[in-house]
Design a protein around this ligand. Structure first.
Ligand code: SF4
Length: 309
């Protein structure tokens, strides 16, 4: 059994929900009755949180037999990728191997990402050998202080060392570090860490903090949208190695969801009224006039060139 995002299941015809934007990746999450043994204070999957384990961020993730998902993916051409999100439980590294083997046994040729906490390099080699092409790393916090405050497992240094090993094994731009903005960090510290990660050869997938009832951080508000826009613009410029600010129209691309190719995570952090990460170009175009105003204001608030150094 695994969990899968409600959007993925709806796209596969297993559940029925009305969707403003369709997921372009099938998102699967490892299942454990107790939840994840890590104690991340923002996450409903953590065994330490009092929440129902059916959620990650704002999205329900029902429990489904893996075979049911794989049977339906075959023959449908509407996905660009599969993402296996891990939890910490006994033998989770081996279970991921089994999941990837099953995907291939069903004849599914989609590229596969794994979102991981630090594991031994031997597992990374085995995942790569099975055709996994991108690794996501849930560092989540942009500074060591926030890292410890939000209860991440292991140590900051262990994560950084894991990121370095993953880049060595999977190659530059193939390791996508997940960072959550809105956990109490300063913009300049957040951008400093993004820059350091890009210098290591990583990419950054940006998330906006989203409070979930029953978690330890349920009282913390979501970040201000303009601050998030600043961070999105900085990430976009670092990713494209831009030294000059492009025109505002072009900069609107910075507001699209960042991550592995084909990963759009629709409404993972947002409501239809407050969109942090745009899941597709159609929605971006629909809101373009408003977004151009937001970007222009963001650029008046900070000197982006100075910020990204
Ligand atoms: S960026 Fe998207 S596809 Fe890649 S690991 Fe993260 S959630 Fe999965």
């Amino acid at each position: 059994m695994v969990r899968a995002s409600i959007g993925s299941l709806s796209e596969l015809g297993i559940e029925k929900v009305r969707m403003l934007a369709k997921p372009t990746t099938v998102y699967i999450l490892q299942y454990s009755k107790r939840g994840c043994l890590a104690g991340c204070k923002f996450c409903p999957q953590s065994a330490t949180s009092a929440t129902c384990k059916d959620y990650v961020s704002r999205i329900p993730w029902p429990i489904v037999p893996l075979g049911e998902i794989l049977k339906r993916i075959k023959g449908r051409g509407n996905f660009a990728r599969m993402c296996i999100q891990s939890i910490i439980k006994p033998e989770f590294e081996n279970e991921i191997l089994k999941i990837v083997s099953e995907i291939r046994r069903y004849g599914i040729k989609l590229p596969v990402s794994i979102a991981l906490t630090p594991v031994e390099s031997s597992f990374l080699y085995m995942y790569k050998e099975k055709g996994v092409d991108y690794i996501g790393v849930g560092l989540d916090a942009a500074t060591p202080e926030i890292f410890y405050k939000i209860g991440k497992p292991y140590s900051w240094n262990k994560y950084i060392n894991f990121i370095d090993r993953a880049v060595e094994i999977f190659g530059r731009k193939r390791v996508i570090v997940h960072l959550i903005f809105g956990l109490g960090e300063k913009i300049k510290d957040f951008v400093y860490t993004m820059k350091a990660l890009y210098e290591k050869g990583c990419e950054v997938a940006l998330f906006a903090f989203t409070p979930v009832r029953g978690t330890h951080l349920h009282d913390l508000p979501q970040p201000e949208i303009l601050k998030y826009r600043i961070v999105q613009i900085a990430r976009f410029m670092l990713s494209k190695n831009l030294k000059k600010i492009p025109d505002v129209e072009h900069l609107a691309q910075a507001l699209l969801t960042s991550g592995c190719p084909g990963c759009n995570r629709p409404f993972y952090n947002e409501t239809p009224r407050k969109i942090y990460n745009y899941p597709n170009a159609i929605m971006l175009e629909r809101d373009k006039a408003k977004l151009i105003k937001e970007i222009s204001t963001a650029l008046e608030i900070v000197d982006i060139n100075k910020l990204i150094g």
